[in-house]
Ligand binder design. Structure first.
Ligand SMILES: Nc1ncnc2c1ncn2[C@@H]1O[C@H](COP(=O)(O)OP(=O)(O)OP(=O)(O)O)[C@@H](O)[C@H]1O
Ligand SMILES: [Mg+2]
Length: 302
């Protein structure tokens, strides 16, 4: 999947702003961001459901409509599309009849982990079971790329766990998966790569480990009038140096070096060292003050 300088506006709102993103075959990518970040709009453009105002979408070298017609892309959306009076198996048999080449129903039931509820009426299935049915439907065309838009919203912890177990087992065979989520823990647990989006722009993109490393750093804070910003920035491990009045704030992977320097080479006092957790990093990157954080790009932009 290849997005180049993709932009989508709704009136005065720029929902997606100059997004460039390449997802390689076999990757499991979390598209992580707060409400209104532009996740659904981006996915809609990949599915050909929305037309970009600028930029291009290519899926395996093709336009979205062509990739979908060939069954190379499928999506698991949050709502709609299921008939309550059908059983799970009937739903799949019926949907499979619409395709010229569908995988066997027994196979997709198995992959989605719902063989045991094949004869249950859809109306009696839990939300999580219905989502796994949507997953099974998406597998009928044996797509190379599977897009999921907040597939576990509203599910309990157990439902989420089972859903993701089925997705992961399936993805091990090489299917490419991209899912939108609000949940940092879900991105962390199930994705190989996290793309953080905020106000229509990608603010961080890296392996899960790289995104976590953003959070692994510490913040050293001290009172130091006339701090030498350049000297601090040159210390090992330092990511950013910020001066706020008489306070200096250093984000660093090596807080010992910064503390040692401040206490031995400068007149700094009131030294304080705090660690950032993943949640804080996420908020820093996706919250309103993210524009003030120049270290917001983790790893390589791919
Ligand atoms: N059809 C539309 N008409 C007008 N504005 C829209 C439309 N669809 C989306 N938007 C706006 O575009 C922005 C991005 O919305 P989008 O639905 O892509 O966000 P999202 O990341 O999927 O959010 P959520 O996590 O809430 O699902 C929002 O400001 C939203 O209000
Ligand atoms: Mg959305």
């Amino acid at each position: 999947m290849d997005l180049r300088r993709l932009t989508k506006r709704f009136g005065a709102v720029t929902a997606v702003n100059d997004v460039t993103l390449t997802v390689e075959s076999g990757e499991i990518v979390a598209f992580l961001g707060p409400n209104g970040a532009g996740k659904t709009t981006t996915i809609d453009m990949v599915l050909g459901l929305a037309r970009p105002d600028a930029g291009t979408v290519r899926v395996y070298g093709k336009q979205p409509s062509e990739a979908i017609a060939r069954g190379e892309v499928s999506a698991v959306m949050q709502t709609g599309g299921l008939l309550k009076d059908f059983t799970v198996a009937e739903t799949l048999v019926y949907t499979a009849s619409l395709y010229s080449h569908a995988r066997p129903v027994a196979e997709v039931l198995e992959r989605a982990g719902i063989s045991d509820i094949a004869d249950r009426r859809v109306g009696k299935c839990s939300g999580g079971q219905q989502q796994r049915l949507r997953f099974a439907i998406a597998l009928l065309s044996d797509p190379r790329l599977l897009l999921l838009d907040e597939p576990t919203a509203g599910m309990d912890v157990e439902g989420r766990r089972e859903f993701w177990a089925a997705i992961r087992r399936d993805a091990e065979r090489g299917r490419t998966v991209m899912f939108a989520t609000h949940y940092l823990d879900e991105a962390d647990a199930y994705a190989d790569r996290i793309v953080l989006i905020r106000q229509g722009s990608i603010v961080a993109d890296g392996t899960t480990a790289e995104i976590k490393a953003l959070a692994a750093g510490r913040i050293v804070r001290a009172t130091l009038p006339d701090a030498d910003e350049a000297a601090l920035a040159a210390l090992p491990g330092v990511e950013t140096v910020e001066l706020r009045g008489d306070t200096v704030l250093v984000r660093t992977a090596d807080s010992d070096s910064v503390a040692r320097h401040l206490l031995t080479q400068t007149a700094a006092r009131d030294l304080e060292i705090t660690s950032r957790n993943l949640e804080e990093a996420f908020i820093a990157l996706t919250g309103d003050d993210a524009s003030q954080n120049p270290t917001a790009t983790a790893g390589s932009q791919r």
